[in-house]
Design a protein around this ligand. Structure first.
Ligand code: 4NP
Length: 162
């Protein structure tokens, strides 16, 4: 059998959106019985919150859905990640531009999260930082709606061969 598919979710600070995405993706893969086929990580394009745990509101909304993200720690996305991950997932267009500035990624392996949400009202997962719990709840709901189709895509893409 081929090696697991390596997925990294990317936002700006890696304390609000991408830690939630990481937790939701892993939980979904496990619930589908394909946990062993994926390696899930997250990172931020800014190193500003390096080493920090996720935002308390992200921890709370994840916990409300039975997902524990407390052990995650923020880290900055590195150039080497663009080679070592099979799929890089940006939360918004600004993240996407920052990733592209860091280095080349094959077009079908750099994706926008909300492109996988059925009937998305918008293409970006909004930055909830400095907003209240309702903003984090909205982020959770967007991610939960988008994740099934994203996971299908990642499993279909499989490991890269370059
Ligand atoms: P995230 O949210 O990118 O979803 O982790 C943010 C976290 C920190 C900042 C902005 C957004 N910040 O400006 O420090």
């Amino acid at each position: 059998m081929s090696r697991p598919i390596r997925i990294v979710f990317v936002c700006l600070g890696n304390i609000c959106r991408s830690p939630l995405a990481e937790g939701i993706c892993r939980a979904l893969a496990e619930s589908r019985g394909v946990g062993h086929r994926v390696v899930v990580d997250s990172a931020g394009t800014s190193g500003e919150h390096e080493g920090e745990a996720p935002n308390p509101s992200s921890i709370r909304v994840a916990a409300a859905h039975g997902i524990d993200i407390r052990a995650q720690r923020s880290r900055r996305l590195r150039v080497a990640d663009l080679q070592s991950f099979d799929v890089v997932v940006a939360m918004d267009r600004s993240n996407l531009r920052n990733i592209e500035r860091l280095g080349p990624v094959p077009a079908d392996r750099l994706v926008l999260m909300r492109d996988f949400e059925p009937d998305a009202s918008n293409q970006e997962v909004p930055d909830p930082w400095s907003y209240g719990p309702a903003a984090f709840q909205e982020v959770y709901e967007i991610l939960a709606r988008a994740m099934p189709a994203f996971l299908d895509y990642a499993l279909k893409m499989g490991p890269r061969h370059d």
